[in-house]
Design a protein around this ligand. Structure first.
Ligand code: NAD
Length: 294
């Protein structure tokens, strides 16, 4: 009998908190927080993410500035837009939606954003500060933050637990490992990382008290791979064909939800789980940047 750890109540709690804080500041005569969002090209998944982010900004009273650039835009022009947002005093956070077309060097783009406006937490200065445990002085990547917030919302204890992460990306797996390892009362996990070259992944996943799947392969985690009574966090967002849907596809996670949910203590659904938390944390990072600037 697993708890279905839906993202909505947890994300709404965070959003309502932010909305109230923003309205207090604005009522005092301050400008609202501002988020600059840049999207390059017309990848439908990226467009959907960006639409959600812009809509969420409006919901909590942020100003958002959406810059849409054609797929062939030169890197130099994208950089010019970033420099403009860096200088804009009404913009607290800057986000460049990934993936970028292959002619653009993602690292150059990440480096161009001022660390204090890097609300995605991708800049090396922010990654380094996370690694050093300076959590009050950095922006942490939104998905790992969202996972912690979700676990906390459902009173799932992390301290001393064995967290196994499958996936070592710079935006999910690695920053999540850094976060879970922090010597803080609510974190303090023992962390194991698995990836595409790990031999016998099941050996590790079966030992997980908390299993986090951030792989990008539909239904990768199956029931025999998990420990009964464990907590399963499904980060994956995969499009699979679905003849019954109007769009011709549906979104599924990296976990075979139907069977795993029967054995797990708690499991996050896809969609409606971690994804909602990611956006809520983007708003929180932007709000924190705004407060520091005020
Ligand atoms: P990525 O493609 O950068 O990395 C995938 C990771 O999975 C790699 O580290 C790789 O080592 C590992 N991997 C690949 N094949 C494997 C295998 N056979 N066995 C074990 N490990 C394997 O991915 P990412 O950006 O971290 O995203 C992962 C998934 O999470 C994607 O589906 C993505 O859409 C989703 N995602 C969701 C959110 C959200 O807010 N919910 C945010 C970011 C990413």
């Amino acid at each position: 009998n697993s708890i279905f750890s839906k993202g909505k109540p947890a994300a709404n709690r965070v959003k309502n908190e932010i909305k109230e804080l923003v309205s207090k500041r604005v009522n005092l005569g301050n400008r609202p927080p501002g988020l600059g969002v840049i999207i390059v090209g017309e990848n439908p998944a990226s467009q959907a993410y960006v639409r959600n982010k812009v809509r969420s900004c409006a919901e909590v009273g942020f100003k958002s500035l959406l810059i849409e650039l054609p797929v062939h835009v030169p890197e130099s022009m994208l950089l010019e837009h970033i420099y403009g947002l860096n200088l804009d005093n009404t913009i607290d956070g800057i986000l460049v939606q990934q993936p970028l077309p292959t002619h653009i060097n993602e690292f150059n783009i990440t480096m161009a954003i001022l660390p204090e406006k890097d609300v995605d937490g991708f800049h090396p200065v922010n990654v380094g500060k996370l690694s050093l445990g300076r959590l009050n002085d950095t922006h942490v990547s939104c998905t790992p933050l969202g996972i912690i917030e979700l676990l906390s919302h459902y009173s799932i204890d992390i301290s001393g637990k064995h967290a196994v992460i499958v996936g070592r990306s710079n935006i999910v797996g690695k920053p999540l490992a850094s976060l879970l390892l922090q010597k803080k009362p609510f974190l303090n996990a023992t962390v194991t990382m698995c990836h595409s070259n790990t031999k016998d992944i099941s050996y590790f996943t079966k030992q997980a008290d908390i299993l986090i799947a951030a792989i990008g392969i539909p239904y990768f985690i199956k029931m025999p791979m998990i420990k009964r009574g464990s907590v399963i966090v499904d980060v994956g967002i995969n499009r699979v064909d679905d003849a019954l849907s109007n769009t011709g596809f549906k979104l599924v996670g990296d976990v075979d939800f139907g069977e795993v949910s029967r054995e797990a203590f708690a499991i996050t659904p896809v969609p409606g789980g971690v994804g909602l938390m990611t956006i809520a944390m983007l708003l929180r990072n932007t709000f924190n940047a705004y407060i520091k600037k005020l």
